[in-house]
Design a binder for this molecule. Structure first.
Ligand SMILES: Cc1ncc(C[n+]2csc(CCOP(=O)(O)OP(=O)(O)O)c2C)c(N)n1
Ligand SMILES: [Mg+2]
Length: 586
């Protein structure tokens, strides 16, 4: 390899050359004078600038792009308001462990602090939702600091900020364009791996929880081999349904909110749990379906690339700071020729796995609608589809290789039971940050990264209002995604709290919307209203087919107002009022 050489260039050239050196071919954003000097030469560097409708959309698209491709997602915007518009999406990318590099031109260095136009202090705003903040404090350092942002985003798997005073794009500098630095993580400490292998060898009912780290490490193959060696059931961690192939006999489905009862019942029997590439987030192991399933007495082995999450939420017997793929391979190596306690009861465990999976499949098949009094009431005279039946139809019609992003809402949450994937990098849920408005722009970014795969966004009608402006982007840029809008005429997930805790004092939860199919057409996209179960599958298939022509389609699913189990029963309590004027509000 040749040593990079120092060359005369402008800081704009140094920035754009650093993007190119990192393999960047797409950047999302809204045009702005602050970085126009760099934008001008994007085409010559082979970079497509994708103009969006709102900067939040740009950063979500960068997130979806990164999650689908495993490469950096990049976005840029105008200093001040363009940058503050990034905030929500950067926070979401932070909790999704997404290597987004967001470039934030800021007010010029010679006027900082004078309160001129579009000025705000752009580093503190992002200080808690970034893995690294690079500030170009001198134009001569543009290439160095830009390269560091790209390196750190991969090293720490999360968003990094490249902050550039807008006058620092100009100048005459000597710069070296660094080669990207990718640091391997390795399997982890040998003694910890020995300890983990000993625990697994002695386990009579080992269970694997496969998390997002398995996907990010490209370690699904190793996870499969390790599971097969132990004949251990594998649960997906919450909202990572693509961390283990659903067609595999050892797959049991997702743990957590609206997940798989089979997974929860099997993990509850574990004497040793191998948490592979998961931080065991607190929301992902809360009781579900009235079941406390987390095995309190089990020994936990946790593997994670971020040492700080080891033992953070659940105490662990062995913590391994390593790459999920490499650690799984190292465990296979240690266990391969060793007597395994679980070999003795293998056929009995096999039967248990099959029985739990069959029971859950049967229950899910018969769970055609919600059965609580509110749901029965609102669905009784409704001409519309039951959400669960509609979700089942979508599941049946789901094209091969599909990528599905899901939003935050009641129906999106219920969809968790019906989303099964055979390939990693297929499910992009609004993870722990939980912002409504996530799914659609993320699907757009994923589609740009993987144009040959079907991209489908699941969005509630409330969340749709937050994000639908990116239909403009899809129409202009020919981004062929399919949006499934669940039209139940309400902010359902929050309404569920009114039902359960606030004696049905509905406030600000009912929605009146125009026809979302007509709105889509007005934006230059395709739109269709679906109110019959038999139309769901064909409509999805036709919309996915049209993706090849860069056609974005909105399928508006007309569903009843019934509501599944709530998100946060754990975090709410019945209202208490002491003042006389509020007495009836209990
Ligand atoms: C940006 C943002 N605002 C508000 C919320 C609170 N919130 C959580 S779920 C929800 C309702 C979602 O309604 P909708 O998208 O229609 O889906 P549904 O629950 O009806 O299926 C709201 C408002 C949030 N999570 N994110
Ligand atoms: Mg809704």
């Amino acid at each position: 390899m040749t040593t990079p050489i120092s060359q005369r260039m402008t800081p704009s050239e140094a920035l754009v050359e650093t993007l190119a050196a990192n393999g960047v071919t797409e950047v999302f954003g809204i045009v702005g004078s602050a970085y126009m000097d760099a934008l001008d030469i994007f085409p010559a560097a082979g970079i497509r600038f994708i103009p969006v409708a709102h900067e939040q959309g740009a950063a979500h698209m960068a997130d979806g792009y990164a999650r689908a491709s495993g490469r950096h997602g990049v976005c840029i915007a105008q200093n001040g308001p363009g940058i503050t518009n990034f905030v929500t999406a950067v926070a979401a990318a932070y909790w999704a462990h997404s290597p987004v590099v967001f470039i934030t031109p800021e007010t010029g260095s010679l006027t900082t602090g004078l309160g001129g136009f579009q000025e705000t202090d752009q580093l503190p705003i992002f200080s808690k939702i970034t893995k690294y903040q690079g500030h170009v404090n001198n134009p001569k350092r543009m290439a160095e600091i830009a390269a560091r942002c790209f390196d750190r985003a991969m090293l720490e798997m999360g968003p990094t900020q490249l902050n550039i005073p807008r006058d620092y794009f100009y100048g005459d500098i000597q710069a070296v364009i660094q080669r990207p630095m990718r640091i391997g993580r390795g399997a982890g400490d040998a003694a910890a791996l020995d300890g983990a292998a000993a625990l697994l060898a002695g386990a009579s009912f080992p269970v694997i929880v496969a998390g997002g780290g398995v996907i990010m490490a490209d370690g699904v193959g190793e996870a499969v081999r390790l599971a097969e060696l132990l004949h251990a059931p594998v649960c997906n961690s919450y909202l990572h349904n693509d961390s283990f192939p659903a067609s595999h006999p050892l797959w049991c489905g997702p743990l957590g909110y609206q997940g798989s009862k089979a997974a929860m019942k099997l993990v509850s029997q574990a004497d040793v749990v191998l948490a592979l590439g998961t931080r065991l987030g607190p929301f992902g192991t809360l009781p579900q379906y009235g079941m406390e399933y987390w095995p309190a007495g089990a020994k936990i082995i946790q593997v994670d690339a971020d040492a700080k999450v080891l033992g953070l939420v659940k105490s662990v017997s062995v913590g391994i700071h390593g790459d999920a793929r490499a650690a799984a391979a190292a465990l296979i190596e240690r266990l391969r020729d060793r007597p395994l306690a679980c070999a003795g009861n293998r056929s009995e465990r096999k039967q248990r796995i099959e029985a739990e999976k069959a029971a859950w499949e049967k229950e899910l098949g018969e769970w055609t609608h919600e059965r609580d009094p509110f749901s029965l009431e609102v669905a009784a005279n409704s001409p519309y589809m039951h959400p669960r039946q509609m979700l089942r139809e979508l599941e049946k019609a789901m094209p091969k290789g599909a990528m599905v992003s899901t939003d935050i809402g009641n129906i999106c949450s219920v969809s968790n039971s019906y989303l099964r994937f055979d390939a990693p990098r297929s499910m992009f849920a609004a993870m722990s940050f939980g912002n409504c408005g996530y799914a659609f722009p993320v699907a757009c970014g994923a589609k740009v990264a993987a144009p040959d795969r079907p991209a489908i966004a699941y969005v509630g009608d409330g969340a749709w209002g937050i994000s639908l402006n990116e239909l403009l982007t899809c129409a202009r840029e020919k981004i062929g995604v399919t949006v499934i809008v669940f039209n139940n005429g309400q902010w359902g997930a929050e309404k569920k709290n009114h039902v359960d805790f606030y004696s049905r004092r509905f406030q600000a939860v009912n929605l009146e919307s125009p026809s979302w199919a007509a709105v889509a057409k007005a934006f230059g996209c395709e739109g269709m209203t679906v109110d019959k179960l038999s139309d769901v599958g064909p409509a999805l298939q036709a919309a996915v087919k049209a993706q090849a022509d860069g056609q974005c389609t909105v399928l508006e699913m007309m569903v009843t107002q019934e509501l599944g189990d709530p998100f946060r029963r754990d975090a709410l309590s019945k209202p208490v009022r002491y003042l006389a004027k509020y007495q009836q509000y209990t």
